[in-house]
Ligand binder design. Structure first.
Ligand code: APR
Length: 235
């Protein structure tokens, strides 16, 4: 073990639940009233672009109504205070880690506040709606901007960087994710393979629970600040 452990943190929808953002795999198996396959695939976008754009417009607008919670803030404190390597890999497309002040954040599933132009391939910061087919700020094409979200069947962002961080990890921590979606669901096994300690903090045991050295069950808003304090006090 190094003097200061290298830390990789994986976050999922559960860390934003206490901010008021819905998780994906609630008891009813719907995602804010839509089946995931109806909105989060490239096929869905081809079939019904309006539905998909309206759906993501609503989620983007919702971001303006919510605030980071104690768990986001605790991770931001850790990021600021930790002199060793640290990477927060988030599956979330919200901006709550950044708004809490975290800097070492990688959005592997894209971001609501980003749009991708299918005409010129630019990625542009985008805070408003896309349903009314606005022109791309880079190339001027109308109706070519799509949400910069990694849909099912598409390649997540930052795979090389994530892989490199995992290979050097001493501590892998998973927060608020069900472990249902790959490749993120497999990171705990990579981390174990390289000898990292693995810790999960989740409301319920995730699908990969048995791969973790330790599981703490409860709300992220309570568990994460306590863990961050432990860690910062120990170094
Ligand atoms: N604190 C901690 N964990 C919580 C909380 C909370 N307050 N509330 C819910 N959880 C847990 C749930 O028990 C569940 O295991 O968060 C997890 C959320 O799981 P999912 O809804 O499946 O979300 P996530 O794992 O992020 O989904 C992964 O699926 O559709 C895709 O691309 C989408 O990034 C998403 C991916």
């Amino acid at each position: 073990m190094r003097d200061l452990p290298n830390i990789v943190i994986l976050t999922g929808a559960g860390i934003s639940a206490e901010s008021g953002l819905a998780t994906f795999r609630g008891p009813e198996g719907l995602w804010e009233g839509h089946r995931v396959e109806d909105v989060a695939t490239p096929e869905a976008f081809v079939r019904d672009p309006e539905l998909v754009q309206r759906f993501y417009d609503a989620r983007r607008a919702r971001l303006k109504e919510v605030e980071p919670n104690e768990a986001h803030r605790a991770l931001a404190r850790l990021d600021a205070g930790w002199r060793g390597d640290l990477l927060i890999v988030t599956q979330n497309v919200d901006d709550l880690h950044e708004r809490a002040g975290a800097q070492r954040v990688l959005h592997m599933h894209g971001e609501l506040n980003s749009a991708w132009c299918l005409a010129c391939d630019a990625r542009v910061r985008w805070m408003e709606g896309l349903s009314d087919a606005p022109p791309c700020p880079e190339c001027g094409t109308r109706g070519a901007l799509r949400p910069d979200i990694v849909w099912f069947g598409e390649m997540p962002y930052g795979m090389d960087r994530i892989d490199a961080a995992l290979r050097e990890a001493d501590l892998f921590v998973s927060i608020g994710t069900s472990g249902a979606v790959y490749p993120a669901a497999g990171y705990v096994r990579t981390a174990r393979y390289v000898g990292a300690r693995t810790l999960e903090m989740n409301l319920d045991p995730s699908q990969g629970s048995l791969f973790f050295d330790e599981t703490r069950l409860g709300r992220a808003g309570k568990l994460v600040p306590a863990w961050v304090e432990e860690l910062l006090a120990g170094h």
